[in-house]
Design a protein around this ligand. Structure first.
Ligand SMILES: *[C@@H]1O[C@H](CO)[C@@H](O)[C@H](O)[C@H]1NC(C)=O
Ligand SMILES: *[C@@H]1O[C@H](CO)[C@@H](O)[C@H](O)[C@H]1NC(C)=O
Ligand SMILES: *[C@@H]1O[C@H](CO)[C@@H](O)[C@H](O)[C@H]1NC(C)=O
Length: 662
């Protein structure tokens, strides 16, 4: 099946095959099998991939980009069209992060093409950003950087990707030892690591196993999941290989040995691969000279000097530009959309598609041309330069955040000075319309309660349930959007910083909106979980009462905070009297609970406010709201700033606030 003339050293290899069956390299003709035991196999390299003696290096070389190495000959997983798909098994030994050479990670890949574009540096691991037109891929990613620019957050996970970089399943790198205990393996350690990937095409079962070298294959796989690879494997030729990428100038991703077999168990790798003295062998690499192409000898000295100066100027300019580009791209592990697609989606940003305007720019409705998915596209105006850097960092984090009560950020597009953000489209618009716009139908009590619970659940996820604590900083009715089923979804997170000051008169210097700003936030300017809870409390009361957080006081003609008004109502009689007069039919006990909870959340002392976990318990009936008196909600004047400040700073300490102050 493979041409005999595939490698000039084939006779030598055959000889070696006979001499030592295990110590072979290359594709074993006609067997759909590949064994590379640490000396040059016939792989097709591109990007920054190169052979260093007989070590396969995926990204070495100056300048960070990506590199690929594919077995030159395709594998066949199907004997005849429509026939059964074969299983496969592969194992390889790799090294990442040798010495200071850090990269972003690497991936084992099966792809319907061996020509992957060289445009996926950094966190894309050299993989296609999305489904390449008609091409399919499957990858096991060994990812080591969550995002190199946000404090260089090291990541260390193994993920399974099918046609997209959003992993179907992922897990911290490691293995289960003999006793079934999990032990972490640091991917970017500069040590040899062996991985096994086994796919059963009948059961659609895929196992990924990892172990430091040398070691036996652990009994329990690290990842075991069902994925249907039939459509990829039946497409015809399938290329197997590796991909890696880096941002930094120097990186190291080495493959020391690799064996793969279709319809059978991959041959074990030769001992020399796993017992290879990494430190010693790779030591030599630090002295390795990367090929230089320039030869300016033989040219008069003056010409050389001119060339050098011109080059220096060009390089400086290029570096500056690359740095600017990096600032945008490094931070953002999100898929990007092409400007053309977004222009098509919004019919050329026509006014017909305009959903709204804000201090930051305009929001359009759009229909993505390829998937016909409905999206909302926020077009950040070029004048809105401030906070661009922080903003990209936020996108990078929010791209990883997924919850049914949060508006999903799908991706972004950068075009010239413009920034476009693509979100899930929320058919029913924002909640404030339903509360205040007399032309929209009034929400009944069940709907309101569901929206409050939904927003609580979304905020709980941001505060407690995600890897890092995210402070929303701008919870309010107009930032809660309603999906097709009228579920409340918290949107616009962190975008508060994007508002141009002075444009939106309600936005203050401490990001947030008047009426929702906790007293200590106004005083100290520090957003914490407790300041979010405060805003959530105000929001809750707003939804129940159908009144704005700050309204005219009945008597004095001045202004009155909604929470104070509700407290007054409670003190003057029944708290339920504060309910929206538009609400005809409601459960008194529920209304009372939600109003009291809202008051408790907007307590003037941060440490008296419940955390979102408790809020959820109160709302779901898992815990009873404590009895308290309306007068206890306002701190008495003796409350000294000292303790208040202390409480605040301890809660701030547990807050890895990514959306930290300007
Ligand atoms: C995957 O792992 C499970 C659990 O050890 C095992 O039962 C199964 O046979 C494995 N499947 C493959 C395809 O290796
Ligand atoms: C797996 O995918 C193939 C091709 O897309 C499809 O024909 C088959 O029905 C799928 N099998 C299952 C169990 O989903
Ligand atoms: C390291 O390089 C030296 C010369 O450059 C060579 O003689 C030696 O064999 C190399 N060592 C290894 C382990 O490859």
């Amino acid at each position: 099946m493979f041409p005999v003339s595939w490698h000039p050293y084939l006779p030598v290899l055959f000889f070696l095959c006979l001499a030592d069956h295990l110590h072979t390299s290359g594709v074993i003709a006609g067997t759909n099998e590949l064994v590379y035991n640490g000396f040059s196999a016939d792989l097709k390299l591109d990007g920054k991939a190169l052979w260093i003696d007989d070590l396969l290096s995926l990204t070495n070389g100056p300048g960070g980009t990506s590199g690929h190495a594919f077995c030159r000959y395709p594998l066949s997983f199907q004997d005849n069209p429509g026939g059964a798909i074969s299983s496969f098994s592969t194992t390889f030994v790799f090294v990442m992060g040798f010495k200071q050479y850090k990269g972003n990670g690497m991936a084992f890949i099966l792809s319907s093409t061996s020509d992957l574009p060289d445009d996926s540096p950094g966190e894309y691991l050299g993989l296609p950003h999305s489904n390449l037109d008609g091409h399919a891929f499957f990858a096991i990613e060994f990812d080591t950087v969550l995002n190199p620019e946000i404090g260089d957050i090291d990541d260390n996970h193994v993920g399974i990707d099918v046609n997209s970089l959003a992993s179907v399943e992922s897990q911290t790198a490691g293995f289960y030892n003999f006793y079934g205990e999990f032990q972490t393996v640091v991917l970017r350690s500069g040590e040899r690591i062996q991985a096994w990937v086994d796919y059963d095409s009948k059961l659609y079962q895929l196992n990924v196993t990892l172990a430091p070298c040398p070691s036996f294959k652990p009994q329990l796989p690290l990842l075991s999941t069902t994925v249907n690879l039939s459509s990829l494997l039946s497409l015809g030729p399938v290329y197997a290989g590796f991909s890696a990428s880096s941002r930094k100038v120097s990186s190291s991703h080495y493959v020391l040995g690799w064996s793969l077999k279709v319809d059978g168990v991959a041959q074990p790798l030769h001992n020399s691969v796993s017992s290879f003295d990494t430190a010693y062998e790779l030591q030599n690499l630090s002295n390795f000279e990367f090929p230089r192409k320039m030869n300016i000898l033989g040219v008069p000295l003056i010409v050389q000097a001119v060339i050098l100066i011109v080059l220096a100027v060009l390089i400086c300019r290029q570096l500056r530009k690359a740095k600017e580009d990096d600032e945008w791209e490094i931070k953002c592990g999100m898929p990007s959309f092409t400007y053309k697609d977004l222009v098509t989606a919004t019919e050329g940003f026509s006014n017909k598609m305009l959903l709204g305007k804000g201090g930051f720019g305009r929001v359009y409705k759009g229909v993505l041309p390829t998937t016909t998915q409905h999206v909302a596209i926020k077009r950040v105006s070029p004048e809105s330069k401030q906070g661009k850097k922080e903003f990209m960092a936020e996108i990078a984090i929010l791209g990883h955040v997924r919850h049914r009560n949060l508006v999903q950020l799908l991706g972004y597009c950068r075009y010239k000075q413009e920034l476009l953000l693509v979100y899930d489209y929320m058919a029913n618009g924002s909640l404030d319309r339903y509360l205040y716009d007399k032309t929209t139908p009034t929400l009944d009590w069940a709907q309101r309660l569901r929206i409050i619970k939904g927003v609580a659940s979304g905020l709980y996820y941001l505060h407690e349930d995600w890897e890092q604590v995210i402070i929303h900083r701008d919870i309010k009715a107009s930032n809660v959007l309603l999906d097709d089923d009228m579920n409340g979804r918290l949107g616009d997170f962190g975008l508060a910083r994007l508002h141009d000051h002075g444009v939106d008169a309600h936005t203050t210097l401490v990001a947030g909106t008047w009426g929702y700003i906790a007293p200590e936030l106004a005083r100290l300017g520090k957003a914490t979980k407790a300041t979010d809870v405060f805003a959530f409390g105000v929001f809750t009361i707003e939804v129940v009462c159908g009144r704005k957080p700050i309204g005219p006081a009945n008597t004095s003609g001045g202004l009155l905070a909604l929470a104070d008004w509700v407290r007054g109502t409670w003190q003057g009689g029944s708290i339920v009297d504060a309910v929206d007069p538009e609400l005809k039919d409601y459960d008194r006990a529920e209304v009372e609970l939600v109003l009291k909870l809202g008051l408790l959340c907007s307590h003037s002392l941060p440490r008296s406010r419940p955390c979102m976990r408790l809020v959820m318990l109160y709302l779901e009936g898992g815990a009873r709201l404590p009895n308290f008196h309306p007068a206890s909600l306002v701190a008495d004047g003796h409350e000294d700033e000292e303790t208040d400040h202390k409480a605040l700073s301890t809660s701030a300490a547990t807050t890895v606030t990514i959306l930290s102050g300007r």
